[in-house]
Design a protein around this ligand. Structure first.
Ligand code: BMA
Length: 332
C-alpha cells in the first residue's frame, strides 16, 4: 500500500537490516540475535520482555531482569545504536506519593510510550497479584509512579501514543494470579491517567481452531497510527502437549473507536523457530514488548523476549505489515 500514511517521528538512525534474499515474510529476524544476552549484568539470570524508545538522539529502554533470586525487576538501559545496550546495575526506583502503591513486590513486561513529550512506562506490577503499573520519566534517571491503572489481576497493559477523543486509552488483558489459561484484550479510557473507565472488549482468542492464538492473547508495543487504522502487534498463545507456545501477530483497530477490529491477520507474524526462541528458561516464547519506528520510511524494529531468556529484534516495514494484515484478514 504505497499511499499509506504512517504517523510518528523520523528516526533515520533506526537499527536496520534489509530483508534477506528469498525471505517473503512480513517480519525478518536480525541476523545477530539476540541483542541482549541473559547475563548482560552481574545481577541478571535472564533479560527478556523489554521495551525501547528513541532518547536524546540515541536510545533508552526499560528491561525486564529476572535477578539472581529470580525476582522480576525493571532496569533502565541506554544504547547508541539500539543494538548494543548498557543496562543499569540497580533496578529502577519509582518515586511514588503513596508508599503502599510504590512498594511493589515485582515488576515485569514493560512497555514504553511517548505522549505529548513525556515517556510513560506501563508494566505488570505486583500488587496483591499482577496488575497494570503506570509511571513516567523524562530522563531515564528519575522515575515516578502513578496509581495502578486497574485492579488485579491484569497483565499486558499498553497506552496508545495519543489521546483519542480527549481521553488516554489503555489496552490490557485481565488474567488470573498464575499462568493464566485464558485472556482477551480490553480497552479502558481515562481523562487523567488516574481514573479509568468506559471499558470495552477489543478481541478474544480464537479458541475453536487450536491455532497460534487459541488460548490467550495480549497487546505488545504501543499501537502505531496509520491512515488504515491503529496497527497493533500482539502475542497469541496456543496450548500444546508441551505447554504454551507464544507467537506474534497483528491487527488493525479503528482510529476513533479502537475497540473495533478492522482486520485481523489469520497467520502469525513470527512463531518460535530459532534456537534462541525454542530453547531457554521457558521454551517456545516470542513476546513482543517494544518497537522503534521511522515513520517516513515505515521501517520498524520490533523487540521481543525470546524463550524468557534474552532480547531479540525483528525488522519489517509498516506498509507491508498492514498489507499482510489486510491480505490475510480473518473473515469472522
Ligand atoms: C506470561 C508472562 C510473560 C512470559 C510468558 C511466557 O504469562 O509471564 O512474562 O514471557 O508468560 O513464560
Amino acid at each position: 500500500m504505497t499511499d499509506l500514511k504512517i504517523h510518528g517521528e523520523a528516526l533515520p538512525n533506526i537499527p536496520w537490516q534489509e530483508r534477506p534474499a528469498g525471505n517473503q515474510d512480513a517480519l525478518w529476524r536480525y541476523s545477530e540475535n539476540p541483542v541482549v544476552p541473559a547475563r548482560a549484568i552481574p545481577a541478571s539470570t535472564y533479560i527478556h520482555n523489554s521495551a525501547v524508545i528513541p532518547f536524546q538522539g540515541a536510545f533508552a529502554g526499560v528491561f525486564r531482569i529476572d535477578n539472581r533470586a529470580r525476582r522480576m525487576q525493571l532496569h533502565a538501559g541506554r544504547s547508541d545504536d539500539g543494538l548494543t545496550w548498557r543496562i543499569d546495575e540497580a533496578p529502577i526506583h519509582f518515586r511514588c506519593e503513596d508508599p503502599e502503591i510504590g512498594a511493589f513486590r515485582y515488576g515485569y513486561d514493560p512497555r514504553l510510550v511517548r505522549i505529548d513529550g513525556r515517556t510513560y512506562v506501563i508494566w505488570c506490577n505486583g500488587y496483591h497479584g499482577p496488575t497494570i503499573g503506570l509511571g513516567y520519566t523524562d530522563d531515564f534517571e528519575s522515575f515516578y509512579q502513578l496509581e495502578n491503572a486497574l485492579l488485579p489481576f491484569n497483565r499486558n497493559g499498553v497506552l496508545f501514543p495519543r489521546k483519542i477523543r480527549e481521553r488516554y486509552v489503555l489496552l490490557s488483558r485481565p488474567s488470573d494470579n498464575g499462568h493464566t489459561p485464558f485472556g482477551e484484550i480490553y480497552l479502558s479510557h481515562s481523562p487523567d491517567l488516574i481514573h479509568w473507565g468506559k471499558h470495552r472488549h477489543v478481541m478474544s482468542p480464537i479458541r475453536e481452531e487450536n491455532g497460534w492464538q487459541s488460548t490467550k492473547i495480549g497487546a505488545g508495543p504501543a499501537p502505531i497510527e496509520t491512515s488504515e487504522g491503529w496497527l497493533l502487534i500482539y502475542h497469541g498463545v496456543v496450548t500444546t502437549c508441551n505447554g504454551f507456545v507464544y507467537s506474534a501477530g497483528a491487527v488493525l483497530l479503528d482510529l476513533d473507536e479502537p475497540w473495533k477490529v478492522i482486520a485481523r491477520a489469520d497467520p502469525y507474524l513470527l512463531t518460535p523457530s530459532t534456537t534462541y526462541e525454542c530453547v531457554g528458561n521457558v521454551p517456545n516464547v516470542i513476546f513482543p514488548c517494544g518497537a522503534l519506528l521511522d515513520a517516513p520510511s515505515g521501517r520498524l524494529a520490533l523487540y521481543y523476549g525470546s524463550a524468557d531468556t534474552v532480547v531479540s529484534v525483528a525488522f519489517g516495514r509498516v506498509h507491508e505489515i498492514v498489507d499482510f494484515v489486510r491480505d490475510n484478514a480473518r473473515r469472522d
